[in-house]
Design a protein around this ligand. Structure first.
Ligand code: E4P
Length: 199
């Protein structure tokens, strides 16, 4: 299972990367906004810190604009993965970006059917949001279990990237289910190292 860091903070990403377990990074507009820096500068900095996929999200809502924004973001670095929201505009953008050999991460996935459609459109990754489902008392990890099974059934090459992870049980369950990737907040990475008996 690949481990991505869900952050746009350079200090947090640097520290996490120094532990030798970080395979990539995901960002979103809220994480970038916290940093008070323009997205191009920050995504470039992150790509220099971590040699792996770095998701940068579009903020436009029309498919043509998403494609333009995606092309612009992908020009920052070869490792950029363009994050687009699920929906008809998002899928149309995925198709066009794929034609241009640009990798995509379809985000804001809340059920396996959305993930199937994103995979068929050619998404490189799908991001099911488990914590936000848990927040509304729906079992987020059940969605991931179904998704992993369905993708195996049909040999989909799209990777299941478990997002909106809030605690160590999400991380462990994702690993047991065979998810391809988890993206975790930096503090959770440090929390995973801790055990009272180790101390
Ligand atoms: C990552 O790709 C997602 O944007 C992120 O995990 C969402 O997490 P949140 O639900 O805690 O905002």
């Amino acid at each position: 299972m690949k481990i991505f860091i869900d952050s746009a903070n350079v200090e947090d990403i640097t520290l996490a990367a120094s532990l030798g377990v970080v395979d990539g990074v995901t960002t979103n507009p809220s994480l970038i906004a916290k940093e008070d820096v323009d997205i191009h500068t920050r995504i470039h900095q992150i790509c220099e810190l971590v040699d792996g996929p770095v998701s940068a999200e579009v903020v436009t809502t029309e498919w043509e604009a998403m494609v333009e924004e995606g092309i612009d973001l992908s020009a920052i670095h070869d490792n950029v993965v363009v994050k687009v929201p699920i929906g008809s505009a998002g899928l149309r953008a995925v198709v066009k970006l794929r034609e241009k050999n640009i990798n995509t991460n379809v985000t804001l996935i809340f059920n396996p059917s959305q993930a199937i459609l994103a995979a068929k459109a050619g998404a490189s990754y799908v991001s099911p949001f488990v914590g936000r489902l848990d927040d509304i008392t729906l079992p987020g990890m059940d969605m991931v279990r179904d998704m992993v099974q369905i993708f195996q059934n049909y040999d989909f090459t799209t990777k299941v990237l478990v997002a909106s992870i809030r605690h160590p049980v999400h991380f462990l369950e994702a690993a047991k289910m065979g998810a391809d990737v988890v993206t975790i907040p930096p503090q959770l990475l440090h929390q995973l190292l801790k055990h009272p008996l180790t101390d």
